[in-house]
Design a protein around this ligand. Structure first.
Ligand code: GAL
Length: 694
């Protein structure tokens, strides 16, 4: 029954756009604001004070219970809901809605002790222990599943028709559990996955290229959990994504089966870079929408890199996570947003005064239907002691970041009636650009990068960032989704290494129907099964891109090559594809050096009503891609309203433009004559927010 539900869901895949209309769940406000609160961490006599304070600060919901299994079920089959009942009533007394969670991420000690097999295993075969961390459960283990279903059922029976409860979060950040599980339970399930997929061992051997290095299997029982063969790894990661989705779907169904359809169900997908086996599209049909979590000052990648980057954070990851989550069901919320310093960055700088306010505004501008901050109070003990909250450690004083957060909440509450659900913007409509997105492609490339500097996420960000510099709206699409040029006039296909013939035909049809297709290097190297084509290199896409691919090259970072496009020279070193245009195809750029000097790096051809641009190289610094996009969009769309530096964003939401600045420079934001500024100044300072109506 369980498996059947999953198969049905997955077979619908990315193509089905379901879920209730967002106005069913969010009829009153554009954006709601709330906090994580853990009653179980605090003296009971403080709850009333704390929860009252949450409401007084301007928040309108509160989030409970995602890690509280041991408190809810202190002994097997013995439940304690009194504390949660009380916390919910205190919320209601203060007009706060409640987000309820299922507590599956934290297994209680009694369960781990009685059934150690519920704990997952690492690739070395070492089993997790119950040591105070979380997300240690083996999703594939039947006893784990049974226990999760039991606690979820208890909660659902009690709260899924409760009017005080607004919606549900299933588990927590499923990616953390997404590292592959190498336990015997996972092994068994993986073999079942392979049997379902291939039917016979011969088919599996053929698909895995098992003739190579004597990897041939005589039967399914000989199959190990993968480590070497790339096709087996791709299958294992795909299985893992599906197992994560299955767990979420099973729990969501329990909540729904007990409910009356009035509460929404979501989970909080983490920001996506590197989270290769978490696929929010797999739960599209079973969760009402996807929400996300975001901590901006982790000081890794995708911040501006300037003198304030560590204080303003990775605005681009934030924006992409919003657009990707929104693409699942058409709307989204942010479940966790840091209110101040965090505890797990490379180093944990204090956000610049105003930064937290900007992040909240940025979420509003992107269209998040709620913004929940992690967390209300800073914990005094446990693994996250240095994670700051809205309140300081005394529990009664608002922190620096907390003040910023509250400021934004009150500003937005005052201004959001200006949203007009019917408003549209002509530029946004004409320039909307889809990005074709596939987990499996990311997994396949990341498994074998071929250049040490290749990073598939950074390649996708190259296009994403440059589109955002032009103020373009960027939804994400899967292969199964309808690609209608009327709704998505442009489509970027970034490093789409595995392509089926059907996809190639679909892309051709899109361009012929008026779509403007931008395909980047590395696309179409392999078939949908991850094998190289038995043709000349990438030959199945030659017709689509309007030219012949000769070969690809890689260079060392300290000796980059040069490409000339419109008299400008751009460096590249990671991946360059040498091409030769067909007769009707234009060559937009040429390699300036190496033994293939003068050969084409970028092709552009007209399709029946649209066009196809093939960008054969990935430039260092990403400026070449920006200039190519500007040329193409300038021709198709006409005057481009924005020419923003990286890390400055302008988002359009229902009649309002919101611009935010993650750089250390004052940036002038262009608005048209006659536009009305509602907040901020056009000369936008670092951490500044500008809101205007055109
Ligand atoms: C998130 C997680 C939260 C909390 C937070 C701290 O990734 O979902 O439970 O640990 O990080 O930054």
């Amino acid at each position: 029954m369980k498996r059947l539900a999953l198969l049905l869901t997955l077979s619908i895949g990315l193509s089905a756009q379901i879920s209730a209309d967002e106005s069913t769940f969010f009829p009153e406000k554009g954006t709601h604001f709330g906090v994580y609160y853990y009653p179980e961490h605090w003296q009971e006599d403080q709850w009333e004070r704390d929860i009252k304070r949450v409401a007084e600060l301007g928040f309108d919901f509160i989030h409970y219970a995602e890690f509280s299994w041991a408190r809810l079920e202190p002994e097997e089959g013995k439940y304690d809901f009194a504390w949660l009942d009380k916390a919910i009533q205190l919320a209601a007394d203060n007009n706060l809605k409640v987000i309820m969670s299922t507590p599956s991420p934290c297994i209680p000690a009694w369960l781990a002790t009685k059934h150690p097999e519920v704990l997952r295993m690492g690739s070395s075969g070492k089993r997790n222990k119950h040591t105070g961390s979380r997300l240690t459960g083996s999703l594939a283990n039947p006893i784990y599943q049974e226990n999760v279903a039991r606690i979820a059922t208890q909660l659902a029976e009690r709260y899924s028709k409760d009017k005080r409860v607004w919606g549900w979060q299933i588990g927590n950040e499923p990616h953390i559990q997404g590292g592959a599980d190498y336990s015997p339970s996972a092994h068994k399930e993986f073999i079942q996955f392979l049997k379902n997929k291939y039917g016979t061992i011969d088919k599996l051997n053929a698909s895995w290229g098992a003739a190579f290095w004597s990897f041939t299997h005589n039967n399914f029982d000989q199959v190990n959990l993968p480590g070497g063969n790339p096709h087996a790894i791709l299958d294992f990661e795909t299985y893992t994504s599906q197992e994560i989705a299955r767990d979420l779907i099973d729990q969501a169904q329990i909540v729904r089966n007990h409910g009356d359809g009035k509460q929404w169900v979501t989970t909080n997908y983490a920001y996506y870079k590197g989270l290769k086996n978490v696929n929010p599209f797999l739960t599209r049909n079973d969760l009402d929408f996807a929400s996300r979590t975001m901590y901006l000052t982790h000081n890794r990648k995708n911040s501006s890199g300037d003198s304030l980057a560590h204080r303003l954070g990775c605005g681009m990851e934030y924006a992409l996570s919003g657009d990707l989550t929104k693409s699942v069901s058409g709307y989204m919320g942010i479940m966790e947003l840091q209110p101040s310093q965090i505890n797990w960055g490379k180093f944990n700088a204090m956000p610049m005064p105003g930064a937290v306010r900007m992040w909240v505004w940025h979420a509003f501008g992107m269209g998040d239907r709620f913004v929940c901050t992690y967390r209300f109070r800073q914990p005094l003990y446990g693994m996250e002691q240095f994670h700051h909250g809205i309140m300081q450690t005394d529990g009664i004083s608002v922190s620096r970041g907390g003040k910023d957060f509250v400021k934004a909440v009150n500003e937005i509450n005052a201004l959001e009636e200006q949203l007009d659900p019917k408003a549209t913007d002509p530029f946004v409509e004409k320039s909307r650009t889809g990005i074709l997105w596939s987990n499996r492609n990311i997994i396949d490339i990341e498994n074998y990068k071929h250049h040490q500097d290749w990073d598939t996420w950074q390649h996708i960000y190259t296009y994403y960032q440059n589109l955002k510099r032009m103020g373009v709206d960027v939804p994400f699409f899967g292969e199964g989704d309808a690609l209608d040029p009327k709704h998505i006039p442009f489509l970027v296909v970034p490093a789409y290494q595995m392509m089926t013939r059907a996809l190639i035909v679909k892309l051709e049809a899109y361009a012929n129907a008026g779509g403007h297709l931008i395909i980047s290097t590395r696309s179409g190297l392999k078939d949908g099964n991850g094998h190289l084509w038995e043709t000349k290199i990438q030959e199945p896409i030659w017709k689509l891109i309007g030219g012949e691919i000769k070969f690809y090259d890689h260079l060392p970072a300290n000796h980059p090559g040069k490409i000339t496009f419109n008299q400008q020279t751009y460096p590249w070193h990671i991946w360059g594809t040498v091409t030769e245009p067909f007769a009707d195809t234009e060559s937009w750029a040429t390699f300036e050096d190496q033994f293939y000097q003068g050969k084409s790096a970028i092709l552009h051809r007209k399709a029946k009503q649209g066009s196809v641009t093939y960008v054969g190289a990935w430039s260092d610094g990403w400026e070449m891609e920006y200039d190519i996009l500007r040329q193409l969009y300038g021709t198709v769309v006409g005057k481009l309203p924005f020419d923003l530096p990286p890390y400055v964003f302008a988002h359009y939401r229902q009649g309002l433009w919101t611009a935010v600045n993650y750089t250390d420079q004052v940036i002038d934001i262009p608005t048209s004559k006659g536009s009305k500024i509602l907040m901020g100044k056009q000369a936008l300072p670092p951490a500044g927010v500008l809101v205007w109506k055109e």
